[in-house]
Design a protein around this ligand. Structure first.
Ligand code: PEP
Ligand code: MN
Length: 368
């Protein structure tokens, strides 16, 4: 399918959505009427916040976890809208959810990561959404498969929906990382290349998994020209029935929004500047991964250190180091890396690896 040219911009969805940054905030889950109303009141004071999000039907990994309060929360959201003027967004995963969300006149719906991953669910949802012109936010699939993401967008577009936006919530990390889900900014750039008109929203909360990382991720997405943010905020995060660690208090949300810089992409040469910015963001993402990998290497080095010590083997084995050097330099050459630079880097890493193992031994000495 060709890139669509008739999508609505966010500012054409609802009044106020185009004035600066568009933020959708609110609890991971609606829990009680009181909690929804309090969240809505406390976040509506921030000028960037245009909509309230709340999960009502929660697809959870384990059946004993909190499954969401269901339909009755839709009435609480209506009440919150009447009081604060915020637009209301809920997640839909089945045709029955869509029917109820439309019956209660929700202003936006979103498809969760697990739903985007499942073309069978999408087919059914598309059929129910077809008749409405409700804006639909489509989260990325759990796995970094851009075809699934674009496939979901295409299905909705072909059903006649024109108010669509992609939500970047990160991808399942197969290795331990500091974030709950890995952002893949490169994929976002590719999505934007294929569908230039598609509004992009970032959900830094589900990428972070922890409230202290939400700000830096939000800023990275704005530096990549994200059009909006979806951020989890709860009146009392430690007591939240789902995702307690990643939710912000309304006060924290306010501070975060104040600190964000939405840079103006226009300048003497906007094309050059935005390309440069995209490349730098890719570099940041690569470095982030490089640091995670380096930390993993050092962790493994310490495991080896302990193992050698238990077996009375010395730290340095010259043959092994020589092998590493020869083998990595040959590989580096194939990859086009400068040999002198690579040798220095390998030596530095090796030096630190030895240092780590020495520290282990010294530490054990002082322990005993
Ligand atoms: C959510 O937004 O609360 C949610 C469950 O998100 P995701 O589908 O991204 O996991
Ligand atoms: Mn959540």
């Amino acid at each position: 399918m060709k890139a669509p040219k008739d999508l609505y911009r966010l500012d054409q969805w609802y009044e106020g959505f185009g004035q600066g940054l568009m933020v959708i905030a609110g609890p991971c889950s609606a829990e009680t009427r009181q909690q929804v109303l309090q969240a809505a009141r406390e976040i509506s004071v921030f000028r960037q916040v245009k909509a309230l999000r709340a999960g009502i039907w929660k697809p959870r990994t384990r059946p004993d976890s909190f499954q969401g309060v269901g339909e009755k929360a839709l009435a609480w959201l209506q009440e919150a809208r009447a009081e604060t003027g915020l637009r209301m967004a809920v997640e839909v995963a089945t045709p029955a959810h869509v029917e109820m969300a439309l019956k209660y006149e929700m202003d936006m719906v979103w498809l969760g990561a697990r739903t985007t991953s499942n073309p069978f669910s999408l087919q059914q949802l598309t059929a129910s959404l077809r008749a409405s012109q409700v804006p639909v936010l489509i989260k990325n699939p759990v796995n970094p498969d851009i075809q699934l993401w674009i496939g979901a967008l295409e299905r909705l577009y072909q059903a006649g929906l024109r108010k669509l936006a992609a939500v970047h919530r990160g991808f399942y990390p197969y290795e331990p990382t500091s974030y709950r889900n890995l952002p893949q900014w490169e994929m976002l750039i590719e999505l934007k290349r294929q569908w230039p008109e598609l509004p992009i929203i970032c959900d830094p909360s589900h990428i972070a998994g922890e409230s202290s990382y939400v700000g830096e991720i939000a800023q990275q997405s704005l530096d990549l020209n994200a059009d909006g943010l979806m951020i989890e905020a709860h009146p009392n995060p430690p007591e939240a029935l789902s995702d307690p660690r990643q939710q912000l208090t309304p006060a924290q949300l306010g501070q975060l929004l104040d600190a964000l810089k939405k840079r103006d992409p226009s300048s003497a040469n906007p094309h050059f500047n935005s390309n440069l910015e995209n490349l730098r963001e890719q570099i940041d993402a690569i470095d982030h991964r490089m640091l995670d990998i380096l930390a993993r290497r050092m962790k493994t080095v310490r495991q080896i250190g302990r193992y050698k010590k238990q077996n009375q083997v010395s730290i340095l084995q010259m043959n092994r180091w020589q092998d590493i050097l020869t083998n990595r330099l040959a590989r580096g050459q194939k990859l086009g890396l400068d040999q002198e630079f690579l040798k220095k880097l390998l030596e530095l890493i090796h030096k630190e690896s030895i240092h780590q193992q020495r520290q282990l031994i010294n530490q054990d000495k002082t322990d005993s």
